[in-house]
Design a protein. Structure first.
Length: 278
């Protein structure tokens, strides 16, 4: 899509859409809170749309068009920014790039930002056993592209809590799993991420059966993303975010220290490697 030419100096189509939202809102004499009331959300949410920490989704764009009397202008803009990701994850993927810190909890799988291509392929193929090879290849490429976010030596800060079951489930077979755990080990030893493991012996603990991500931003409130097999949800209600932080802290308290966790990760990697040789 060609970059729109505008009077405000926007550098990308997304920036253009954000500035257009601000311009039309102000022309209508509405504050962020005022527009938020008309589209059944909050002024903070409108502010996040205008500063780029929230994605302009088509269903929200339709409400904005009705509130501002702009026909289907914002609806068309929103549909033009089609994400590479499945719809329920698209906004979370955008926020992931803007986060200053990411806190993941995995109960059954390695979080996407840490997955190797072979591990990602096994996960995707496991969920879609009859999918065409080209479709699986595209999904793997998109997931691997996300991992480049950790190519920056500092941002975002990443803290990961994994249940021991994640380490011992041989996704893709023992060779794939050994390589996956060694990949995590290298990232820890490079001081790029912090990982803790909740051992089986910990019993019940916070976020026991969930996949949870908490994202922090330099100039916006924290956001939580939770995901199941075929759906995900972004949560920005302060009360819910606080409850997820408490659950995450309980999981960290139940987990092994980062040092002991690394030893366990490397030990289980060797176990998988030995299985692959037999």
């Amino acid at each position: 899509m060609a970059k729109p030419k505008d009077r405000t100096g926007a550098q990308t189509p997304e920036e253009f859409a954000r500035e257009e939202l601000r311009r039309h809102r102000e022309a209508a004499g509405l504050t962020q809170e005022g527009l938020g009331e008309r589209i059944f959300t909050s002024g903070a949410y409108v502010g996040q749309l205008e500063c780029g920490t929230r994605r302009l989704r088509p269903e929200i764009a339709e409400l904005i068009d009705r509130a501002l009397g702009t026909g289907d202008y914002f609806t068309r803009l929103a549909k033009a920014f089609k994400s590479k990701h499945v719809e329920y994850f698209a906004e979370a993927a955008e926020l992931e790039r803007l986060a200053t810190a990411v806190f993941d909890y995995g109960s059954t799988l390695i979080p996407g930002l840490l997955q190797t291509a072979d591990y990602a392929r096994a996960v995707i193929r496991g969920g879609s056993p009859t999918a065409r090879a080209e479709h699986v290849d595209n999904l793997v490429a998109v997931r691997v592209e996300r991992t480049r976010l950790l190519g920056d030596p500092e941002t975002p800060e990443m803290w990961v809590v994994l249940h021991e079951a994640v380490l011992r489930t041989a996704v893709g077979g023992p060779a794939v799993m050994a390589a996956q755990l060694r990949h995590i080990s290298l990232s820890v030893r490079a001081h790029r991420i912090t990982v803790q493991v909740v051992p089986f012996s910990a019993g019940a603990h916070g976020v026991l059966d969930a996949s949870v991500r908490i994202m922090e931003f330099a100039d916006a409130p924290d956001v939580v993303y939770t995901e199941g097999p075929h759906a995900g949800q972004l949560l920005d209600c302060p009360a819910l975010v606080r409850r997820h932080w408490r659950s995450y802290d309980l999981a960290r308290a139940a987990a092994l220290s980062p040092e002991v966790s690394l030893t366990l990760i490397e030990s289980v990697a060797e176990e998988h490697a030995k299985c692959a040789q037999t």
